[in-house]
Ligand binder design. Structure first.
Ligand SMILES: O=C[C@H](O)[C@H](O)COP(=O)(O)O
Ligand SMILES: C=C(OP(=O)(O)O)C(=O)O
Length: 338
């Protein structure tokens, strides 16, 4: 095998960027929710990773139906994650490894992944994406309405620079240890202008100059101990206040907040709904790892089920829908109480 393959340029894959107006509208809506100008709740829901685009599209259609149904109270965004950060090793996602066997046909991954994103955006849903490799961002960022910098990369200067340049709200996750300070520093760093290397539309390495991202915000994802409860949310808000940052948080019901046990996500979401119904207006968003079927399967070895996560375990669609209803009811109560 040759030790390098030439990739297409971003311009060759992104073309005329057909969805730019719809994406701009989604970004503005999400920004308004995070800034609490819009009283609804942001809900980022979807699989831990997309490994089977056709099945993930089936999920997206279900979620789009729910987004329509709950649109008075929730702004629902699809987790369309095509890259996975790994603690040590494992499948790194559809973009870098579309054949799920470590061959790393990134060129095919870019085309397949982008085609999935276009189809998923065609359901009308805004898309969420974790930018793991800053180089790959240039192939997909135009379709993304909410971005995450993950717990494993939130300390990284290239990711903070990228976030300062991305034209959508970026959630900075607390790091794996559970500490908030790195994410708070990342929010401050992303808010500033930076000059850094990136990839131009024609594929050349280029100098990018960012204006700073005013919509970077904190995502509480727990650590060895959870941080979704009312006391942890209050502590996070006071940390943001001390740092001179706006009082708003998104809380991830999965990952460290559920000990990666999907059975615990409903209890976390119900606790968050109670905080919302009790009037916590700074609780601006909730993340759920949810897919067609409950649980997960190993990414390697044998035939993979299309409907089951190959990374973290997810809540089934049947168990997700009632949670969306619960969150929507909580938002109505918050509104009535305000
Ligand atoms: O969200 C997915 C995983 O939590 C993340 O990619 C890390 O997974 P790992 O600890 O299994 O490598
Ligand atoms: C990897 C993820 O989360 P975290 O960075 O919080 O572990 C994720 O949301 O897929």
């Amino acid at each position: 095998m040759p030790d390098q393959d030439t990739l297409p340029t971003p311009a060759e894959v992104t073309g005329a960027r057909p969805l730019s107006q719809a994406v701009a509208r989604h970004r503005a809506t999400i920004d308004a929710v995070l800034a609490r100008r819009d009283p609804r709740l942001l809900v980022v829901a979807g699989p831990c990773s997309v490994h089977d685009p056709a099945a993930a599209l089936d999920y997206a259609r279900l979620l789009a139906g729910a987004a329509e149904r709950f649109s008075d109270d929730l702004v629902i965004v699809l987790r369309a994650y095509l890259e996975k950060p790994r603690t040590v090793s494992g499948w790194t996602g559809l973009l870098p490894d579309p054949t799920l066997d470590g061959k790393g046909d990134i060129g095919t991954g870019i085309r397949l992944g982008r085609s999935f994103l276009l189809d998923a955006a065609g359901t009308g849903l805004p898309l969420a994406y974790e930018f793991v490799d800053p180089l790959l961002a240039h192939y997909v960022a135009d379709l993304v309405s909410w971005a995450a910098v993950g717990a494993r990369t939130v300390a990284s200067q290239p990711h903070r620079h990228l976030a300062s340049w991305l034209p959508m709200p970026v959630g900075m996750k607390n790091c794996v240890s559970g500490r908030l300070d790195t994410a708070v520093q990342a929010i401050r760093a992303a808010g500033l202008p930076h000059t850094f290397p990136g990839v131009a539309a024609d594929g050349r390495l280029t100098t990018l100059r960012s204006a700073g991202n005013p919509a970077a915000h904190l995502v509480l994802r727990g650590g060895p101990v959870p941080n979704y409860d009312a006391a942890s949310v209050a502590a996070a808000l006071s940390t943001l206040h001390e740092a001179g940052l706006p009082p708003r948080v998104v809380v991830d019901a999965s990952h460290g907040n559920s000990g990666k046990d999907h059975h615990r996500q409903p209890a976390v979401a119900v606790d968050l709904a109670t905080q919302i119904a009790d009037g916590n207006n700074a609780l601006a968003g909730v993340m759920l790892e949810s897919y067609l079927s409950d649980g997960n399967q190993p990414a390697t070895g044998g035939r993979l089920r299309p409907d089951l996560s190959v990374t973290d375990p997810c809540l089934s669609w049947d168990r997700t829908l009632p949670l969306l209803e619960t969150l929507a009811t909580a938002v109505r109560r918050r509104r009535q109480g305000s």
